[in-house]
Design a binder for this molecule. Structure first.
Ligand code: NCD
Length: 312
């Protein structure tokens, strides 16, 4: 039973010990028996997935996470729901709360929607952001931090380069925030000028030069160009982008080093930000990020469902 309303809508303002507790909890769910061993933890709870934007890995991993904890899972199909009759998202959440479906996972294109929904939450429910416009993707930030920490436990000496369309990337914001809170050595934000952040909200050093940006980086996180969030004239020519900022094995090895960890939140546009040859990069962690996402989301659901479910 959730005692009061709880939410994870941003990583901004969360304390380091909270993030560390979540990552440590997720590690328990990485154990081989995790698919079956925790089926009673959220038994009797219902998790609703309200995805008002496309998603594959985030949606399925929340669904698997909820099922592996024994919760019922409800999936809203916007097109056939009362949303088409003008019902607001806040009213949809209240409808679900009336059925005792207390945990809602929401993805939406509109910046600012999560705090508006949070302000109207029914007591006893929980709200989880699964992607909000260009601003927040807290569980992706946490799973990226978890993935890095599994390979390089001491974050304090690491240089992480995030490369690409930072300006439109909620992943860049949340991942940089998670790493900063956890005491990362350095975050570099690398891309053409039009892709660099327009504010100082992302912790990290903006850099236009790819060579300088990835030189000796311990971790490189590539991003997709998010055309759906751009006005037509902002979008660069893909061939020019590939030539100037695309990564291949030769570039990665000669500039960053043979041990550099390669990450990407997905979906990858192979042949644009990453050369398909990098699928065979020895430290390609892209599938591991997806794998870790299920465990991390189990930890988040358990945390928000409340202490009575034994969050350590
Ligand atoms: C990202 C997203 O939706 O923000 N994908 C994801 O959740 N793993 C990144 C993207 O769409 O490029």
């Amino acid at each position: 039973m959730i005692e009061t309303s709880r939410k994870l809508i941003t990583l901004d303002g969360l304390r380091r010990d909270t993030l560390e507790a979540l990552l440590n909890s997720a590690v328990r769910y990485l154990a081989p028996d995790a698919a079956t061993a925790h089926r009673n933890r959220l038994a009797g709870e219902a998790v609703t997935l309200l995805f008002c934007e496309p998603s594959t890995r985030t949606r399925f991993s929340f669904e698997l996470a909820a099922r592996r904890l024994g919760a019922d899972v409800l999936t809203l199909d916007e097109g056939t729901s009362s949303r088409t009759k003008g019902e607001s998202l806040a009213d949809t959440l209240a409808t679900l709360a009336a059925m005792d479906a207390r945990l809602a996972v929401v993805r939406h294109a509109e910046d600012g929607i999560m705090s508006r929904l949070a302000a109207r939450m029914v007591p006893g429910t929980a709200l989880i952001c699964a992607g909000e416009g260009t601003r927040n993707h807290p569980t992706q930030g946490l799973l990226d931090a978890l993935t890095i920490r599994r390979h390089r436990p001491d974050l304090s000496n690491l240089s992480v380069a995030i490369i690409g369309d930072i300006a439109h990337s909620r992943v860049a914001r949340s991942t940089a925030r998670a790493l900063d809170t956890l005491g990362i050595g350095e975050v570099r934000l690398v891309g053409p000028r039009t892709f660099l952040p327009r504010d100082n909200e992302i912790p990290g050093r903006p850099m236009e030069s790819l060579e300088n940006g990835i030189r000796d980086a311990d971790v490189v996180i590539a991003l997709r160009i998010q055309r759906e969030r751009m006005d037509g004239d902002e979008c660069p020519d893909l061939e020019t982008y590939r030539r100037e900022y695309g990564l291949d094995a030769t570039r990665l090895e000669s500039l960053a080093g043979a041990d550099t960890l390669l990450m990407h939140p997905g979906p990858v546009n192979w042949g644009v930000e990453l050369d398909p040859g990098l699928k065979a990069w020895p430290h390609n962690l892209i599938n591991e990020q997806i794998h870790n996402g299920v465990a991390l989301r189990m930890a988040v659901l358990e945390w928000l469902a409340g202490d009575s479910h034994g969050f350590a």
